[in-house]
Design a protein around this ligand. Structure first.
Ligand code: ZN
Length: 499
């Protein structure tokens, strides 16, 4: 039946041509979202600045897991160091100490009626070693004792400068931000600059353990004073050369949202007894089955709004294949999700993650334990809530003998900040002005930052530092290139100068 076949072919050809036209049109329409900005003039940073960073690293401002081992001395030392190293900032800005060790500076603007800008950082660091039990395990399993402080190439609190890098715990997370801001402000004050709008600098001292005494208190104070910030800037995003697949140019990742945090303890109690006569089901059986069920029923993958924004900004800068896929997500979403799911980092941006982290039961080889417990950590995608996560767990486990208990620290996912705001535009302009080759894109931060506590202070919260693929974040041999640190100074300088 040659006639019929040809009309079938004709129809199919028409469909394909139509589809191709739609794909091409969408791809064409998704033009570049990169701001055209004139390069910023060069700014000399004093060689003393890197030495100041190295000196700041010598204060072992550790936030320990166990509050009892908190040592206040280094925090007091760092406070005095900042006061004497940045005398103009210390005298011309109004300084308040909050929660004993956190710092809040207020720089009055030329127009006090304008909404202020708030720059954040944190003074504390994670311990240079992982918990002892973890290190012992890693050694026993042959994974190497990477985490031992003695395995650092340079002592973590020596503040050594070598090979153009500043070494030590806190170099990346997050003293580079604090010192980068202080250097920029001091230099601007020396030039007699006053910002057009008020500026606040907020440095918490317990970010690594939740921020309860620091950022939470500062945010509360600002709220009591009726201060509503135009935008808030915190750590979280970086510049990467290799972490965005398919992208040849460097990408500046500006966090416009961060995931939430919840831990649930799953607990099962069943009568124990002698192991010579086990019942049909033990506490360990019930718990094990619950964990398997939970892991087999992951949260649905979805392209949440911050990831959509990421694709909208990145797509137009990518090679044709990815450009086409990102511009036609109505058709390619399943493939995009599949590609992202393949790596743990990509997967974490696509769904609420489920990570069993602690398992506890039993005390003797011939006794049936009456209790079995597991802790599962969840990182919640924006748009979901801790309550929804808990409901999903109950439904997946589907066993009333498994009791759920929330961990001490719960954080809902952040709101998603706009890319159209004054703040995002100011940040993007500064990045493009300093690094003209760099593609600026919003993205989702999968970890947590102190900025989560500022949602009442501003709806425009951004997370970024102009550091290129940092090394040693929460690991041994943390260090930062002096050139990266100097760019942090320049970034803050121009951001403040062009407010
Ligand atoms: Zn940090």
């Amino acid at each position: 039946m040659p006639v019929k076949r040809s009309s079938w072919w004709g129809g199919a050809l028409g469909l394909v041509t139509g589809l191709a036209a739609v794909l091409a049109w969408n791809t064409h329409r998704a033009g570049s979202k990169q701001l055209a900005v004139a390069p910023l003039p060069g700014l000399a940073v004093s060689p003393l600045a890197a030495q100041h960073l190295a000196q700041a690293l010598q204060f072992a401002t550790v936030s320990p897991e166990d509050p009892a081992s908190f040592d206040p001395q280094p925090f007091a030392g760092l406070q005095q160091f900042l006061a004497r190293t940045y005398p103009l900032t210390d005298s011309l800005l109004r300084k308040e100490v909050v929660g004993k060790y956190s710092l809040l500076y207020h720089w009055p603007g030329r127009d006090s009626t304008l909404a202020p800008v708030l720059l954040m950082g944190h003074l504390d660091v994670v311990p240079p070693e992982k918990p002892r039990r973890q290190v012992e395990l890693e050694v026993r399993l042959g994974h190497g004792a990477k985490a031992l402080a003695s395995n650092w190439q340079e002592p973590p609190f020596a503040g050594v400068i070598k090979n153009g890098e500043v070494w030590g715990r806190g170099a990346v997370d997050d003293k580079v931000t604090v010192i980068g801001i202080m250097e920029a402000v001091e230099q601007l004050l020396a030039e007699g600059y006053q910002p057009p709008r008020p500026v606040y600098l907020a440095f918490g001292h317990d970010e690594e353990i939740g921020g309860r005494e620091g950022a939470v208190q500062i945010a509360k104070l600002l709220q009591q004073r009726g201060i509503h910030a135009e935008f808030v800037m915190d750590e979280g995003g970086i510049i990467t050369h290799d972490k965005v697949p398919g992208m040849a140019r460097p990408v500046a990742l500006v966090g416009i949202a961060e995931k939430g945090y919840l831990s649930l303890e799953l607990q099962v109690e069943l009568p124990g007894g002698h192991s010579s006569m086990p019942g049909a089901e033990t506490a360990i059986d019930v718990l094990a089955r619950a964990l398997v069920r939970l892991r087999e029923q992951p949260f649905a993958a979805q392209v949440s709004p911050p990831v959509q924004a990421f694709m909208d900004h990145l797509g137009p800068e990518m090679p044709l294949g990815q450009r086409l896929a990102f511009a036609n997500r109505w058709l390619f979403n399943p493939f995009i999700i599949k590609a992202y799911e393949a790596s743990p980092a990509g997967n974490a941006t696509m769904r609420t993650t489920i990570a069993p982290t602690i398992l506890e039961s039993g005390f003797k080889d011939n006794v049936l334990p009456p209790e079995a417990k597991a802790t599962v950590n969840f990182r919640i995608l924006p748009g979901q809530t801790a309550d929804e996560v808990e409901a999903h767990v109950r439904a997946a486990v589907a066993d009333e003998r498994v009791k759920l208990k929330r961990g001490r620290f719960v954080s809902e996912p952040s709101e998603v900040s706009s890319t159209q705001s004054y703040g995002y535009q100011a940040i993007a302009k500064t990045i493009r002005g300093l690094f003209p080759q760099t593609v600026v894109t919003p993205y989702l931060v999968v970890g947590g930052t102190d900025s989560r506590h500022y949602r009442q202070v501003s709806e425009h919260i951004y997370r970024f530092m102009p550091v290129v693929d940092p090394i040693g974040f929460h690991d041994v041999d943390e260090r930062i290139k002096i050139s990266d640190f100097e760019n942090c100074v320049r970034f803050n300088y121009w951001l403040l100068k062009n407010l």
